[in-house]
Design a protein around this ligand. Structure first.
Ligand code: NDP
Length: 283
């Protein structure tokens, strides 16, 4: 029977710490950390994420702005908003909710956000800093995974870590953070041969492929730590991860549930990055 890592409780504890730190910051500097979230169009999932981010800002005591732009917004209009927020001293973090409607260029926006306000850590400047182990902003989901491991007292140094998924927002930065924590890291993807065999070597397995219940118990080493980043909707609308919890849980030593594992950590790490950005603005 595995220990279930309670991401909701860990996230709540970190938010309480951030709230305290924010109050100290406000007393010292006389202003609140500010986050601007831009959403273009009416994708319902994105709207939920944006609402949750706004609520999280209120919870930790940040100032926040939500810019809801119509799906017809042009690249020039979006660029102009980013430029304006880049120059706004009340805003320390800018996040543009992805995906954008297809006529807009996501890369142009990622490059346009001032790296000092890039609280998603998507700008190549920040990606490069992560590569060399100089972290101003940590990519939110991988940082959330690291916080779950740390707060569950799971040792990473010297461990076989297998990350399945190599996206720019999850898999690649996750591998880098584990490497900096002295894990021995293998990254797998859709062209990996003998995936199950590699997964069975893992002391720590990070599943981030976006395929419902893909990782079964027979792909897991006895006593492994299994972190499920996946968020998938079943046909009945319910949420499930990439890990088949029923067959993995009896073999693992630790496992994250979905929902209630990695999910709540991502926005908490965004709050942490925004506080960091505000602190750096007064350095
Ligand atoms: P992407 O679709 O960008 O990347 C998926 C990765 O998984 C790719 O590298 C792909 O390989 C690999 N992959 C797909 N199928 C297989 C397979 N059968 N075997 C091995 N590798 C495979 O997804 P993201 O990284 O953005 O997200 C991954 C999951 O995490 C999704 O479920 C997403 O919803 C969730 N997520 C959760 C977050 C949270 O807050 N909890 C935040 C962000 C994402 P290849 O590169 O070869 O195509």
């Amino acid at each position: 029977m595995a220990n279930i890592i309670n991401g909701k409780a860990i996230s709540a504890a970190i938010r309480a710490e951030l709230k305290q730190e924010t109050e100290e910051f406000v007393q010292q500097h006389g202003f609140r950390p500010g986050l601007a979230v831009i959403i273009v169009g009416e994708d319902p999932a994105s709207q939920v994420y944006v609402r949750n981010k706004h609520r999280a800002c209120e919870e930790v005591g940040f100032y926040s702005e939500v810019w809801e732009l119509p799906a017809t917004t042009t690249q020039d209009e979006l660029n102009a908003l980013v430029d304006r927020l880049n120059g706004d001293p009340a805003i320390h973090g800018i996040l543009c909710q992805l995906p954008l409607p297809s006529h807009l260029d996501e890369n142009e926006i990622i490059l346009r956000i001032d790296p000092k306000k890039d609280v998603d850590a998507f700008h190549p400047f920040n990606v490069g800093k992560i590569m060399i182990g100089d972290y101003s902003f940590l990519p939110c989901t991988p940082a959330g995974v690291m916080a779950l491991l740390e707060r569950s007292d799971i040792e990473i140094a010297g461990k076989e870590c297998v990350v399945v998924g190599r996206s720019n927002i999850v898999g690649k930065p996750q591998a880098m953070l584990l490497l900096h924590a002295h894990g021995t890291v293998t990254v797998c993807h859709s062209r990996t041969k003998n995936l199950a065999e590699i997964c069975r070597r893992a002391d720590i397995l990070i599943a981030a492929i976006g395929k419902a219940d893909f990782f079964k118990g027979d792909m897991i080493k006895e006593g492994a730590v299994v972190i499920d980043v996946g968020m998938n909707r079943r046909a009945d609308g319910s949420l499930t991860g990439d890990v088949d919890f029923a067959s993995v849980e009896p073999k693992a030593s630790y496992v994250t549930p979905v929902p209630g594992g990695v999910g709540p950590m991502t926005i908490t790490m965004l709050m942490k990055n925004t506080l960091t950005a505000a602190k750096q603005s007064v350095m």
